[in-house]
Design a protein around this ligand. Structure first.
Ligand code: NOJ
Length: 583
C-alpha cells in the first residue's frame, strides 16, 4: 500500500519540480534492490561531521572535496546514505548550526560545484546525500535577523520571537524561560528595547513559526536542496520549533538540572502540538519530489512511544525520527536493552532509527566500554544497531572504535557549549576530533594543523590498520552491514526477543515473511557480560514455531568457523554469534 503511494507521489514530481530534477531519478535511486520497501527503511546512514572528516586543502578543517575523496571507503563499508551536518555560510558560533545563508556553501567547505560533484559521485556509488535542515533558528548574522532587529516595524520583525521585558522592563526578561544550557533564553536588544528568544546560543535567535512567511521561506530552502539532488533532510531540533503562545512562566520541577541548579520544566518551550502541522506540510514538500526522499528527525524522546508520535497518526510526518532512547541508555544492562528493543519492535508499519553516537554526545566507546573489553563491547553495540530491526545511524569514527577525547584545558576548548560551561561542562569537542584514517601524520586527516587535536590512540585505531586486521571493530561493522544487506531475515525480518530473564545475554530472532529453508530465521546472540556464557535456546525457538536444533554460523566474533547447537550457544566475554537455524 505504502509503496504504491510512494510510486504515485513520484509521478506527481514533474508538476512541482524543475526539469533538472528529472535527471536525478537514477537507477538505484528508488529502492534498495532488496525489497519493495523504500530505500531508507532498514538503511544504514552514516553521519559526517564535515569539519573533521577529511581536509583536502591543508587548512586543518575538513571540506567537501575531502568527503568526495573518501566515498570509495564509504561504499566499501556499505552505507546507503551520508548525512552531512551543516556546510552553509555561518559565523561558526555553533560550528555550522548558526546559519547565515541557507542556500549557499560556506567557502571553508568548498563551492556549490564541489557539492554537486559530491552528490553526483556519491550517486554513482549508490550513496545518497542527506542535508541538515535547521528550522528552529538562524544565525544572528542572517540577513533575515539583521532586518528583523533593525526596527520594530521592519517587515521581518515578526520572523523572530520578540517580546517586551516583564512590565516593560529593560532588564527583566519577558518570562523565566531558560535555554539549552540553562541560562536565560532571552537577549535584550538595546536598539529596539525588546528581548528576542533563543533556545540555543545567543547568536542563534529562534524563528517565529507562527508566522506563515517563515514556513514559506524555509520550505523554499528545502525545495532548493531537493532540486539539487539531496535525498532528504535531518531536521535539527524539531521539538523546539514552537513555544507556548501565551509565554507562560516555566513551572519549577523537583530536584536539580544537569548544572546543579533548581530544575524548571521546559513544557512551554518544547513539543508544542503545532509542530506536527509543519511536519505534515514539509512531508508533502519532500513527497512531491521525485525518488524517495526522507525526513529524519532529531526528536530526543525518552521512550519509543513518545518517539512514535513523530511518524504522524497517518504516517505522514517524519519517516525516521531518531530513537535515541536505546542508544543513550548509557548503562550496560541487558534487561534495560531488552525492554527498549521490545518496545521498538512493536512498531509495525515503521522502523525505528537507532542512534548510539553523534557529534553532540560522548562516544559509545566510552559510555558503554568497561576499560578492558571496549572493542568487544563496541561489536556488541554494532550488533544491536545493525542486526536488530531498525534503520541504523553510524557516526564517523564509531566504526573504528574512536574514543571521546575532551579538552583538558579551557584554552583548548572550541565548542561554545564548553566555553560557556567550563569546567563542569567540557563541551562537545571530545566527540568531534578528526577522523583517524591511517597511522601517518595527523592520522591522514590533514597536511596542516588540525582544528582539533588528533587523539593519541590514532596509531592503533585507524581505518588503514583496521581494514587489514582480522577481528577489528571496522571489519565487524563491514561484515555486519554486508550480512544485513544480503540476508532477508536480517534485512527486513520481524524481531522477537528471547531469553527474557537473562542478565548476562541479549538474544533475539529475526524472521522474514520470506523465510524459506534456504533463507531461514536468524538468531543473534550477544554476551552482555565479562564472563563466558552458555545459552540454551532450543525450547524458546521451538515455541516460535521454528524447527531445527542447529545454527549455521553467519558471523561470530570469536574467530570460530562452525555452527552451534541451539542448546549449547557458547559465547566468550562480550562475544556475539549470529547463525541461521537449519532444519
Ligand atoms: C542539535 C545539533 O546536533 C547540535 O550540534 C546543535 O548545537 C543544536 N541542535 C542547535 O542547532
Amino acid at each position: 500500500m505504502r509503496f504504491h503511494h510512494l510510486l504515485a507521489s513520484c509521478v506527481l514530481v514533474a508538476t512541482s519540480f524543475s526539469a533538472g530534477a528529472q535527471m536525478l531519478a537514477r537507477p538505484g535511486w528508488k529502492g534498495n534492490g532488496l525489497s519493495e520497501q523504500p530505500w531508507w527503511k532498514n538503511a544504514v546512514i552514516y553521519e559526517i561531521y564535515p569539519r573533521s572528516f577529511q581536509d583536502s586543502d591543508g587548512d586543518g578543517v575538513g571540506d567537501i572535496k575531502g568527503i568526495t575523496s573518501r566515498l570509495d571507503y564509504l561504499q566499501s563499508l556499505g552505507v546507503d546514505a551520508i548525512w552531512l551536518t551543516p556546510i552553509f555560510p555561518s559565523p561558526q558560533k555553533d560550528f555550522g548550526y548558526d546559519i547565515a545563508d541557507f542556500t549557499s556553501i560556506d567557502p571553508q567547505f568548498g563551492t556549490m560545484e564541489d557539492f554537486d560533484e559530491l552528490v553526483s559521485q556519491a550517486s554513482r556509488r549508490n550513496i545518497r546525500v542527506i542535508m541538515d535542515l535547521v528550522l528552529n533558528h538562524t544565525s544572528d548574522k542572517h540577513p533575515w535577523f539583521v532586518e528583523s532587529a533593525s526596527s520594530k516595524d521592519n517587515p521581518k520583525r515578526n520572523w523572530y520571537v520578540w517580546r517586551d521585558g516583564k512590565d516593560g522592563s529593560t532588564t527583566v526578561p519577558p518570562n523565566n524561560w531558560l535555554n539549552r544550557i540553562q541560562q536565560s533564553a532571552w537577549q535584550f536588544d538595546p536598539k529596539t528595547k525588546q528581548f528576542y528568544y533563543h533556545y540555543f546560543a545567543v547568536e542563534q535567535p529562534d524563528l517565529n513559526w507562527r508566522n506563515p512567511d517563515v514556513e514559506k521561506a524555509m520550505f523554499d530552502v528545502a525545495r532548493f536542496w531537493l532540486n539539487r539532488g539531496v535525498a532528504g533532510f535531518r531536521l535539527d531540533a524539531v521539538n523546539t520549533m514552537f513555544e507556548d503562545a501565551q509565554f507562560r512562566d516555566a513551572p519549577p520541577l523537583p530536584g536539580t538540572n544537569e548544572y546543579g541548579e533548581p530544575a524548571r520544566s521546559q513544557e512551554y518551550q518544547r513539543n508544542q502540538p503545532e509542530v506536527h502541522d509543519v511536519m505534515k506540510a514539509l512531508r508533502k514538500v519532500t513527497d512531491s519530489a521525485n525518488g524517495q526522499r526522507v525526513l529524519i528527525g532529531e526528536v530526543y524522546t525518552g521512550s519509543t512511544a513518545e518517539m512514535a508520535t513523530w511518524f504522524g497518526a497517518k504516517h505522514d510526518e517524519i519517516q525516521l525520527p531518531m530513537d535515541t532512547s536505546l542508544g543513550f541508555l548509557n548503562k550496560r544492562n541487558a534487561a534495560a536493552f531488552r525492554k527498549k528493543m521490545t518496545e521498538a519492535q512493536q512498531l509495525k508499519l515503521d522502523t525505528p532509527l537507532f542512534v548510539f553516537d553523534n557529534h553532540d554526545r560522548p562516544r559509545s566507546w566510552d559510555r558503554y566500554g568497561d576499560g578492558e573489553h571496549n572493542a568487544e563491547i563496541a561489536k556488541v553495540i554494532a550488533t544491536i544497531l545493525l542486526a536488530s530491526r531498525s534503520s541504523a545511524l553510524i557516526y564517523q569514527g564509531q566504526e573504528i572504535g574512536m574514543k571521546t577525547t575532551p579538552p583538558t584545558r579551557k584554552e583548548d576548548v572550541r565548542d561554545p557549549r564548553g566555553l560557556a560551561g567550563w569546567p563542569k561542562e567540557k563541551g562537545r569537542d571530545g566527540e568531534r576530533t578528526p577522523m583517524q584514517w591511517n597511522p601517518g601524520e595527523n592520522a591522514g586527516f590533514t597536511t596542516g594543523k588540525p582544528w582539533l587535536p588528533i587523539p593519541a590512540d590514532y596509531t592503533q585505531h585507524n581505518v588503514e590498520l583496521e581494514q587489514k586486521a582480522k577481528g577489528s571493530v571496522l571489519n565487524w561493522f563491514h561484515d555486519l552491514i554486508a550480512l544485513r544487506r544480503a540476508n532477508p531475515s536480517l534485512h527486513e525480518g520481524e524481531q522477537v526477543m528471547l531469553d527474557q530473564d537473562a542478565q548476562n545475554a541479549l538474544v533475539w530472532v529475526r524472521r522474514s515473511a520470506k523465510a524459506t529453508k534456504e533463507k531461514p530465521p536468524v538468531v543473534v546472540a550477544c554476551n552482555f557480560s565479562a564472563q563466558p556464557v552458555t545459552l540454551q535456546l532450543k525450547k524458546q525457538v521451538t515455541a516460535l514455531g521454528i524447527r531445527g536444533s542447529f545454527m549455521r554460523s553467519l558471523l561470530r566474533t570469536d574467530g570460530g568457523m562452525g555452527g552451534m547447537n541451539l542448546d549449547e550457544v557458547k559465547l566468550p566475554p562480550f562475544g556475539v554469534f549470529i547463525g541461521e537455524v537449519r532444519y
